[in-house]
Design a protein around this ligand. Structure first.
Ligand SMILES: CCCCCCCC(=O)SCCNC(=O)CCNC(=O)[C@H](O)C(C)(C)COP(=O)(O)OP(=O)(O)OC[C@H]1O[C@@H](n2cnc3c(N)ncnc32)[C@H](O)[C@@H]1OP(=O)(O)O
Length: 220
Protein backbone atom coordinates (compact mmCIF):
# COMPACT_ATOMS: atom_id res chain seq x y z
CA UNK A 1 0.00 0.00 0.00
CA UNK A 2 1.32 3.38 -0.97
CA UNK A 3 1.78 6.16 1.60
CA UNK A 4 0.88 8.84 -0.93
CA UNK A 5 -2.88 8.71 -0.69
CA UNK A 6 -3.39 7.78 -4.32
CA UNK A 7 -3.53 3.99 -4.03
CA UNK A 8 -6.75 2.13 -4.57
CA UNK A 9 -5.43 -1.01 -2.86
CA UNK A 10 -7.45 -2.78 -0.20
CA UNK A 11 -6.90 -1.61 3.37
CA UNK A 12 -4.26 -3.43 5.40
CA UNK A 13 -5.69 -5.35 8.32
CA UNK A 14 -4.24 -7.57 11.00
CA UNK A 15 -1.89 -7.16 13.91
CA UNK A 16 1.62 -5.73 13.81
CA UNK A 17 4.26 -8.41 14.12
CA UNK A 18 7.20 -6.25 15.20
CA UNK A 19 8.06 -3.79 17.92
CA UNK A 20 6.20 -0.61 16.99
CA UNK A 21 8.77 1.51 18.81
CA UNK A 22 11.90 0.36 17.00
CA UNK A 23 12.98 2.50 14.06
CA UNK A 24 11.71 5.76 12.64
CA UNK A 25 8.76 6.53 10.41
CA UNK A 26 7.12 3.46 8.96
CA UNK A 27 6.55 2.56 5.34
CA UNK A 28 4.53 -0.34 6.70
CA UNK A 29 2.27 1.73 8.94
CA UNK A 30 -1.13 0.21 9.48
CA UNK A 31 -2.43 2.14 6.48
CA UNK A 32 -6.20 2.02 6.25
CA UNK A 33 -9.06 3.72 4.51
CA UNK A 34 -11.70 2.46 6.90
CA UNK A 35 -10.33 3.01 10.40
CA UNK A 36 -12.61 5.43 12.25
CA UNK A 37 -15.48 4.59 9.90
CA UNK A 38 -16.96 6.29 6.84
CA UNK A 39 -17.57 9.59 8.67
CA UNK A 40 -14.07 9.94 10.17
CA UNK A 41 -13.15 12.45 7.46
CA UNK A 42 -16.20 14.51 8.35
CA UNK A 43 -15.07 14.43 11.99
CA UNK A 44 -11.61 15.72 10.98
CA UNK A 45 -13.24 18.50 8.93
CA UNK A 46 -15.29 19.51 11.99
CA UNK A 47 -12.10 19.60 14.08
CA UNK A 48 -10.41 21.74 11.44
CA UNK A 49 -13.45 24.05 11.39
CA UNK A 50 -13.23 24.25 15.17
CA UNK A 51 -9.53 25.20 14.94
CA UNK A 52 -10.38 27.95 12.44
CA UNK A 53 -13.32 29.22 14.48
CA UNK A 54 -11.35 29.15 17.75
CA UNK A 55 -8.64 31.20 16.08
CA UNK A 56 -11.15 33.71 14.71
CA UNK A 57 -13.53 34.03 17.69
CA UNK A 58 -13.96 36.79 20.26
CA UNK A 59 -16.23 34.95 22.71
CA UNK A 60 -18.00 36.48 25.68
CA UNK A 61 -17.02 35.29 29.18
CA UNK A 62 -20.28 33.36 29.35
CA UNK A 63 -19.57 31.64 26.05
CA UNK A 64 -16.05 30.74 27.21
CA UNK A 65 -17.55 29.10 30.33
CA UNK A 66 -19.99 27.17 28.16
CA UNK A 67 -17.32 26.07 25.70
CA UNK A 68 -14.99 24.87 28.47
CA UNK A 69 -17.77 22.63 29.80
CA UNK A 70 -18.59 21.27 26.36
CA UNK A 71 -14.95 20.71 25.42
CA UNK A 72 -14.31 18.94 28.74
CA UNK A 73 -16.95 16.42 27.74
CA UNK A 74 -15.56 16.02 24.21
CA UNK A 75 -11.96 15.69 25.47
CA UNK A 76 -12.99 12.99 27.95
CA UNK A 77 -14.64 11.02 25.13
CA UNK A 78 -11.48 11.25 23.01
CA UNK A 79 -9.18 10.43 25.95
CA UNK A 80 -11.11 7.19 26.43
CA UNK A 81 -10.20 6.00 22.90
CA UNK A 82 -6.56 7.11 22.68
CA UNK A 83 -4.29 4.75 20.72
CA UNK A 84 -0.64 4.57 19.59
CA UNK A 85 0.59 6.60 16.63
CA UNK A 86 0.95 3.59 14.29
CA UNK A 87 -2.68 2.55 14.41
CA UNK A 88 -4.41 5.90 14.88
CA UNK A 89 -6.64 6.89 11.94
CA UNK A 90 -4.99 10.31 12.11
CA UNK A 91 -1.97 10.05 9.83
CA UNK A 92 -2.90 6.71 8.30
CA UNK A 93 -6.20 7.50 6.52
CA UNK A 94 -4.63 8.00 3.12
CA UNK A 95 -8.04 8.63 1.53
CA UNK A 96 -8.34 11.92 3.46
CA UNK A 97 -6.63 15.31 3.00
CA UNK A 98 -3.16 15.17 4.61
CA UNK A 99 -3.89 11.57 5.69
CA UNK A 100 -6.47 12.85 8.17
CA UNK A 101 -3.67 14.45 10.23
CA UNK A 102 -4.82 17.77 11.70
CA UNK A 103 -1.20 18.68 12.50
CA UNK A 104 -0.66 19.17 8.77
CA UNK A 105 -2.24 21.84 6.59
CA UNK A 106 -4.89 20.04 4.54
CA UNK A 107 -3.44 18.98 1.21
CA UNK A 108 -4.70 16.78 -1.59
CA UNK A 109 -2.24 14.69 -3.59
CA UNK A 110 -2.92 14.76 -7.33
CA UNK A 111 0.09 12.80 -8.48
CA UNK A 112 2.82 10.93 -6.67
CA UNK A 113 5.67 8.91 -8.08
CA UNK A 114 9.34 8.20 -7.67
CA UNK A 115 10.22 11.50 -9.36
CA UNK A 116 8.04 13.79 -7.25
CA UNK A 117 4.66 14.77 -5.90
CA UNK A 118 2.00 17.23 -7.09
CA UNK A 119 -0.41 18.44 -4.43
CA UNK A 120 -2.87 21.20 -3.62
CA UNK A 121 -2.85 22.85 -0.20
CA UNK A 122 -5.20 25.43 1.28
CA UNK A 123 -4.24 27.41 4.36
CA UNK A 124 -7.13 28.70 6.46
CA UNK A 125 -7.66 31.02 9.43
CA UNK A 126 -5.98 28.51 11.78
CA UNK A 127 -2.78 28.93 9.72
CA UNK A 128 -2.81 32.73 9.88
CA UNK A 129 0.57 34.42 10.28
CA UNK A 130 -0.55 38.01 9.86
CA UNK A 131 -2.51 40.30 7.59
CA UNK A 132 -4.32 37.43 5.88
CA UNK A 133 -1.10 35.63 5.00
CA UNK A 134 -0.12 32.09 6.01
CA UNK A 135 2.32 31.57 8.88
CA UNK A 136 5.76 30.58 7.58
CA UNK A 137 5.95 27.62 9.96
CA UNK A 138 2.91 26.02 8.36
CA UNK A 139 4.43 26.54 4.92
CA UNK A 140 7.51 24.64 6.19
CA UNK A 141 5.26 21.93 7.62
CA UNK A 142 3.59 21.40 4.25
CA UNK A 143 6.96 21.25 2.49
CA UNK A 144 8.46 18.92 5.09
CA UNK A 145 5.65 16.41 4.85
CA UNK A 146 5.39 16.44 1.06
CA UNK A 147 9.17 16.23 0.68
CA UNK A 148 9.24 13.38 3.20
CA UNK A 149 6.65 11.64 1.05
CA UNK A 150 8.77 12.38 -2.04
CA UNK A 151 11.88 10.87 -0.45
CA UNK A 152 10.01 7.80 0.76
CA UNK A 153 8.48 7.18 -2.66
CA UNK A 154 11.81 7.65 -4.46
CA UNK A 155 13.66 5.21 -2.24
CA UNK A 156 10.98 2.95 -0.79
CA UNK A 157 12.65 3.64 2.55
CA UNK A 158 11.90 5.37 5.80
CA UNK A 159 13.53 8.81 5.78
CA UNK A 160 14.00 11.80 8.05
CA UNK A 161 14.68 15.43 7.34
CA UNK A 162 18.33 16.41 7.84
CA UNK A 163 17.79 19.98 6.67
CA UNK A 164 15.03 21.97 5.05
CA UNK A 165 15.62 25.46 3.67
CA UNK A 166 12.59 27.56 2.80
CA UNK A 167 12.65 30.82 0.90
CA UNK A 168 9.52 32.93 1.14
CA UNK A 169 9.26 34.69 -2.20
CA UNK A 170 5.87 36.42 -1.96
CA UNK A 171 2.83 36.47 0.32
CA UNK A 172 1.13 33.08 0.73
CA UNK A 173 -2.60 33.76 0.92
CA UNK A 174 -5.21 32.06 3.10
CA UNK A 175 -8.33 30.36 1.69
CA UNK A 176 -6.71 29.91 -1.71
CA UNK A 177 -5.85 26.60 -3.33
CA UNK A 178 -2.10 26.58 -3.87
CA UNK A 179 -0.09 24.07 -5.85
CA UNK A 180 2.94 22.30 -4.44
CA UNK A 181 5.36 20.49 -6.75
CA UNK A 182 8.24 18.45 -5.40
CA UNK A 183 11.12 16.80 -7.17
CA UNK A 184 14.17 14.68 -6.56
CA UNK A 185 17.34 16.68 -7.20
CA UNK A 186 19.72 13.74 -6.72
CA UNK A 187 20.27 10.55 -4.78
CA UNK A 188 23.63 9.86 -3.13
CA UNK A 189 23.63 6.68 -1.12
CA UNK A 190 21.36 7.30 1.90
CA UNK A 191 21.10 11.01 0.99
CA UNK A 192 18.06 12.25 -0.91
CA UNK A 193 18.31 15.84 -2.11
CA UNK A 194 14.88 17.30 -2.84
CA UNK A 195 13.27 20.56 -3.94
CA UNK A 196 9.77 22.03 -4.00
CA UNK A 197 7.75 25.06 -4.99
CA UNK A 198 4.46 26.45 -3.70
CA UNK A 199 2.51 28.62 -6.12
CA UNK A 200 -0.66 30.68 -6.24
CA UNK A 201 -1.47 30.25 -9.92
CA UNK A 202 1.74 31.25 -11.67
CA UNK A 203 3.01 33.31 -8.73
CA UNK A 204 5.78 31.70 -6.68
CA UNK A 205 4.94 32.01 -2.97
CA UNK A 206 7.71 29.88 -1.50
CA UNK A 207 10.33 27.36 -2.48
CA UNK A 208 12.29 24.78 -0.55
CA UNK A 209 15.28 22.55 -0.81
CA UNK A 210 16.08 19.81 1.59
CA UNK A 211 18.10 16.77 2.43
CA UNK A 212 16.44 13.62 3.70
CA UNK A 213 18.37 10.64 5.00
CA UNK A 214 17.21 7.07 4.54
CA UNK A 215 17.30 5.57 8.02
CA UNK A 216 19.27 2.47 8.87
CA UNK A 217 17.27 -0.42 10.36
CA UNK A 218 16.32 0.36 13.95
CA UNK A 219 17.43 4.00 13.69
CA UNK A 220 15.05 6.31 15.56
C1 LIG B 1 5.14 10.40 4.51
C2 LIG B 1 5.64 10.88 5.85
C3 LIG B 1 6.44 12.17 5.69
C4 LIG B 1 6.85 12.69 7.03
C5 LIG B 1 7.88 13.79 6.83
C6 LIG B 1 8.27 14.42 8.15
C7 LIG B 1 9.78 14.45 8.21
C8 LIG B 1 10.25 14.95 9.52
O1 LIG B 1 9.73 15.88 10.04
S1 LIG B 1 11.57 14.18 10.28
C9 LIG B 1 11.76 15.09 11.79
C10 LIG B 1 12.83 16.12 11.70
N1 LIG B 1 14.12 15.49 11.52
C11 LIG B 1 14.75 14.89 12.52
O2 LIG B 1 14.30 14.82 13.66
C12 LIG B 1 16.08 14.29 12.20
C13 LIG B 1 17.08 14.45 13.35
N2 LIG B 1 18.40 14.06 12.90
C14 LIG B 1 18.73 12.74 12.83
O3 LIG B 1 17.99 11.86 13.24
C15 LIG B 1 20.05 12.42 12.19
O4 LIG B 1 20.91 13.52 12.28
C16 LIG B 1 19.87 12.02 10.70
C17 LIG B 1 19.01 10.75 10.62
C18 LIG B 1 19.21 13.12 9.86
C19 LIG B 1 21.24 11.73 10.09
O5 LIG B 1 21.95 10.91 10.99
P1 LIG B 1 22.72 9.58 10.51
O6 LIG B 1 21.73 8.61 9.97
O7 LIG B 1 23.57 9.14 11.64
O8 LIG B 1 23.53 10.02 9.29
P2 LIG B 1 24.99 10.68 9.23
O9 LIG B 1 25.98 9.56 9.14
O10 LIG B 1 25.18 11.71 10.29
O11 LIG B 1 24.88 11.42 7.84
C20 LIG B 1 24.70 10.72 6.63
C21 LIG B 1 25.17 11.62 5.52
O12 LIG B 1 24.29 12.78 5.50
C22 LIG B 1 25.04 13.98 5.72
N3 LIG B 1 24.23 14.85 6.57
C23 LIG B 1 23.54 14.53 7.68
N4 LIG B 1 22.91 15.61 8.18
C24 LIG B 1 23.23 16.64 7.36
C25 LIG B 1 22.88 18.00 7.34
N5 LIG B 1 22.05 18.56 8.25
N6 LIG B 1 23.40 18.77 6.36
C26 LIG B 1 24.20 18.24 5.40
N7 LIG B 1 24.56 16.94 5.36
C27 LIG B 1 24.07 16.16 6.32
C28 LIG B 1 26.31 13.52 6.43
O13 LIG B 1 27.37 14.45 6.23
C29 LIG B 1 26.56 12.18 5.77
O14 LIG B 1 27.12 12.43 4.50
P3 LIG B 1 28.21 11.40 3.86
O15 LIG B 1 27.54 10.06 3.80
O16 LIG B 1 28.50 11.98 2.51
O17 LIG B 1 29.39 11.41 4.79
Amino acid sequence: MSIDGTSESAPVTGERTEDAHEGGFRTDMMISVDRGGPRYGEFIEKVREFMDRARAAFPSEELVDELIDELTVVNAKLAAVEINEWESPSGTRIDLPARGNITLPPYLVDKAGDDGVQARVTFTRFHLGGNNAAHGGFICTAFDDLLGMTSALATGKVTRTAYLTVNYRSITPLNTELTVSTSIVRLEGRKIFVAATMKDGERLCAEADGLFIALNPGQP
